[in-house]
Design a protein around this ligand. Structure first.
Ligand code: SAM
Length: 230
């Protein structure tokens, strides 16, 4: 009986210790990406709060809070935290905004958006990743609306959106996504070759006019689908 109590105590202590260690690493990660130019406090707060290690394989736990992309299976990656933060900052979302993400992947970016109070819709083309992300997001208490399918055509059933973020590299800006923006809404999408892409932000200024900004070079996995790569 005594032994059981002792081992439970040791487990709890270990659990608390790793909990504190992860919280410390998250704070350090948020500081790192703030130094790289992320100034949106809501984004930084979400990075400080979300347990990124839960979204990746346990074998990679000790790299979860490095500012790096990591493999998540199916040849895909959880994006580098700086990239997630930069794209989220560009969306300029407010609580209650409706946001569509193309490329759920691990579910980490969806959790960041949910944490910031957005009403999140997210599409993933890999069935295994879709199920895994759904499970983890539910476990953490986030309730985005998820879909398995080709996100290059957006998700017209819930349009228009205040923000659309594409987390894979597109050969061109998918025109269906532009049409699904609210007036004042923003589409953030990396566009370019398979090797490197320019982050583009398109703002719908009125019913039929848009403003385009070209921002910074990134490297994403390819956006594959009808309006993406083959
Ligand atoms: N946002 C993700 C995260 O937080 O982990 C990053 C995911 S990864 C960089 C890009 C994802 O886009 C991959 O999971 C990939 O399968 C997905 N993807 C690529 N083309 C897609 C498409 N046409 N529709 C939906 N998802 C797509």
């Amino acid at each position: 009986m005594k032994l059981n109590c002792q081992s439970t105590h040791i487990e709890l202590t270990k659990g608390n210790r790793s909990h504190r260690k992860h919280a410390r690493l998250r704070n350090r990660l948020a500081d790192t990406i703030a130094e790289k130019g992320i100034h949106d406090e809501a984004v930084l707060m979400a990075v400080r709060s979300i347990p990124r290690h839960i979204f990746i394989d346990t074998a990679l736990t000790n790299r979860a809070y490095d500012d790096r992309a990591l493999p998540i299976g199916c040849g895909q990656t959880i994006s580098q935290p700086y990239t997630v933060a930069a794209q989220t900052q560009l969306l300029e979302i407010k609580r209650g905004d409706k946001v569509l993400e193309i490329g759920t992947g691990s579910g980490y970016q969806a959790s960041i958006l949910c944490h910031m109070g957005a009403d999140v819709y997210s599409v993933e083309r890999h069935e295994e990743l879709y199920h895994k992300a759904r499970e983890i997001l539910q476990e953490l208490g986030y309730r985005p609306t998820l879909k398995l399918g080709d996100g290059t055509k957006g998700w017209s059933a819930y349009a228009p959106y205040d923000g659309i973020v594409v987390t894979a590299g597109a050969p061109v800006v998918p025109d269906d996504l532009i049409k699904q923006l609210n007036i004042g809404g923003r589409l953030v999408v990396p566009v370019g070759s398979k090797e490197s892409q320019m982050m583009v932000r398109i703002t719908r200024v009125s019913e039929d006019s848009y403003e385009e900004e070209q921002l910074q070079q990134f490297k994403f996995v390819p956006l594959i689908g009808e309006k993406g790569w083959d």
